[in-house]
Design a protein around this ligand. Structure first.
Ligand code: FE2
Length: 293
């Protein structure tokens, strides 16, 4: 029943909705909510209200809904329905974008905004193997490598081909059903111990983090040369880089060990704020404004 509720929401949003926001349209970006997943720090959807107050357009930039994990799908669908209700209450127009946890759910892989000067995408399209650090790759890597090889040279793919291939890789990988149990310190330590095994895994994570600004910069140079800012999430580590006259923003995610950011286009500049839990609900602090020159 709860998953059906999510289907109805999809119909309301309209999957063929244009993925462009008007030049003057103000909007916010929140990424990687992972509603219903054990690792999500969102216990009650209502705690997100302060991040939505003020209405307008909010881009939920992927990994909002646990589409693929059977153990989380029902809970996630219920929380998604609550999120849409919260948006209605606050006068928010939600613009949903696919992530690797919801690769087919929204029929939209990216948003072009600010007259093409800002590009918003979940970020898994930057990585050939989507999650190269994942232990889930062990049983399917060979098949995925064959799939990628058959598609031709990665750098020469059109953007549409690249998103389609990335989606195929997501669907081939087993879903993330990692269990954390609770937000207690013991549960977090337990998760950390599992996350750093095998010992090659932290190395894979560091390689991705180190290479991400170059990959994002090359991606934008090839597919969105006019973009002055690329906003993405996926790796759950918030960061801001400046490469080739372009801002690259990783918003982090609402999961254990991550401190997410909210990105806003306020009509004049790109505003980045840290998200913190304040009095049981989420709030923002530490405003930085960047011009898209
Ligand atoms: Fe994520």
């Amino acid at each position: 029943m709860l998953v059906n509720a999510a289907s109805e929401i999809s119909g309301e949003i309209g999957e063929d909705e244009a993925c462009r926001l008007g030049e003057g349209e103000r909007f916010r970006v929140l990424s990687d909510l992972h509603l219903g997943h054990d690792q999500s720090v969102i216990r009650r959807v209502g705690d997100l209200r302060p991040l939505l107050v003020g209405g307008g357009t909010v881009v939920f930039n992927g990994d909002t809904f646990e589409e693929r994990a059977p153990c989380y799908r029902e809970k996630s669908g219920g929380m998604l329905a609550e999120l849409m209700e919260l948006c209605r209450e606050e006068g928010v127009r939600p613009v949903m974008v696919n992530g690797n946890h919801d690769p087919e759910r929204w029929g939209r892989d990216a948003v072009d905004a600010v007259g093409g000067r800002m590009y918003v995408t979940h970020g898994h399209v930057l990585l050939r193997l989507v999650s190269p650090w994942s232990s889930k790759l062990r049983g399917c890597r060979e098949e995925i490598e064959k799939m990628l090889a058959a598609a031709g040279e990665w750098e020469r793919l059109t953007l549409g081909e690249r998103y389609a291939l990335t989606r195929a890789v997501c669907l081939r990988m087993p879903p993330s059903e990692t269990r954390q149990g609770s937000q207690s310190l013991a549960a977090k330590v337990g998760l950390l111990m599992r996350e750093v095994w095998p010992p090659t895994r932290p190395w894979e994570v560091m390689k991705v983090w180190a290479g991400l600004p170059r990959l994002a910069s090359e991606f934008a140079g090839r597919y969105r040369p006019g973009a002055k800012a690329v906003v993405f999430g996926h790796t759950h580590r918030a960061a801001l880089w400046r490469r080739g006259g372009r801002w690259l923003v990783n918003t982090g995610g609402f999961v254990t060990f991550s401190r997410p950011w909210r990105v806003t286009w306020d009509g004049e500049g790109m505003v980045i704020e840290r998200i913190r839990v304040k009095g049981g609900a989420f709030g923002v602090e530490g405003k930085r404004v960047m011009a898209l020159g």
